[in-house]
Design a protein around this ligand. Structure first.
Ligand code: NAP
Length: 256
């Protein structure tokens, strides 16, 4: 039986590319979305084209009961979970200087980008410990999609940066805790990737990338991230845990 990946927020953007790359790598996929069922169906179609099985589950990762339902759905659909990809995430609805961040925006972003993945990981990891213990899953892995915003500050969206820095620490915590069970937990740090999320700032980044913001002078595309997740999923990083793998065109490099 094929291994199974649960990819949160895989209706669009980076999540869809991750789902497709994992299907290419031989995984069956639980496609999760919050609002866009039609987009989730398109992702499912892409997975079927790759001769893998998709199942679609609408659930908000920001709501703990829905995360629970998502894990139960995965178990009922496939009877196993080999890989969890915490990809679902949001930017603040409106950029605002940190002197003006509202508690509502802070809570919405933190609930989705950090609290949600924290408790979803707790639930999935508990299942993975059972599944690896009884030999149903030979090797379980968890991948968190953080961001260069985990270390690069944008004072116009502080809540987003805080959420990603927290997700980075969460990666290290679960990596330490789950190592004894043979479960790796790693983080992919995407740079500036062309998706709906970056649509509103496209012109600004067109200019800044052309001026050398990233040593590799192009936008990232969702497949850049998908391929990195697939490398982890295929076992090419099985002696690596708690690590941040940059997929950012070299943005993180200090230069003089
Ligand atoms: P996107 O195009 O806006 O897509 C977001 C995805 O997350 C959609 O599938 C959306 O579902 C889903 N989602 C949002 N809230 C959710 C919730 N509460 N529960 C379940 N699913 C939810 O974003 P993206 O650019 O692909 O970003 C994906 C991840 O990469 C995010 O964590 C983001 O922070 C991170 N990232 C992005 C960039 C970038 O430059 N784009 C850079 C670094 C990191 P619906 O379709 O139902 O709305």
């Amino acid at each position: 039986m094929a291994p199974v990946a649960l990819v949160t927020g895989s209706s669009r953007g980076i999540g869809r590319a991750i789902a497709c790359c994992l299907a290419d790598a031989g995984y069956d996929i639980v496609v999760n979305y919050e609002k866009n069922r039609d987009a989730a169906k398109q992702t499912a179609g892409e997975i079927r084209k790759r001769n893998r099985r998709p199942r679609i589950c609408g659930a908000s990762v920001a709501v703990p009961e829905e995360s629970r339902r998502l894990v139960e759905f995965t178990m009922e659909a496939f009877g196993r979970i080999d890989l969890l990809v915490n990809n679902a995430g949001i930017a603040p609805r409106a950029r605002a200087d940190i002197l003006e961040t509202t508690p509502e925006s802070y809570d919405e972003v933190l609930d989705t980008n950090l609290k949600g993945p924290y408790f979803l990981t707790q639930l999935a990891a508990t299942r993975m410990i059972q599944l690896t213990g009884n030999g149903i899953v030979p090797k379980a892995r968890i991948v968190n999609i953080t961001s260069i915003s985990a270390f690069a500050g944008s004072t116009s969206r502080g809540e987003y940066c805080v959420s990603k820095a927290g997700l980075s620490m969460m990666t290290m915590l679960f990596a330490v805790r789950l190592a004894e069970h043979g479960i790796t937990v790693n983080e992919i740090q995407p740079g500036i990737i062309r998706t709906d999320m970056t649509g509103p700032v496209r012109k600004n980044y067109d200019r800044r990338i052309a001026e050398g913001l990233t040593p590799i002078r192009r936008w990232g595309v969702p497949e850049d991230v998908g391929k990195a997740v697939a490398a982890v999923a295929l076992g090419y990083f099985d002696f690596t845990t708690g690590a941040a793998i940059p997929v950012d065109g070299g943005f993180h490099l200090r230069r003089l």
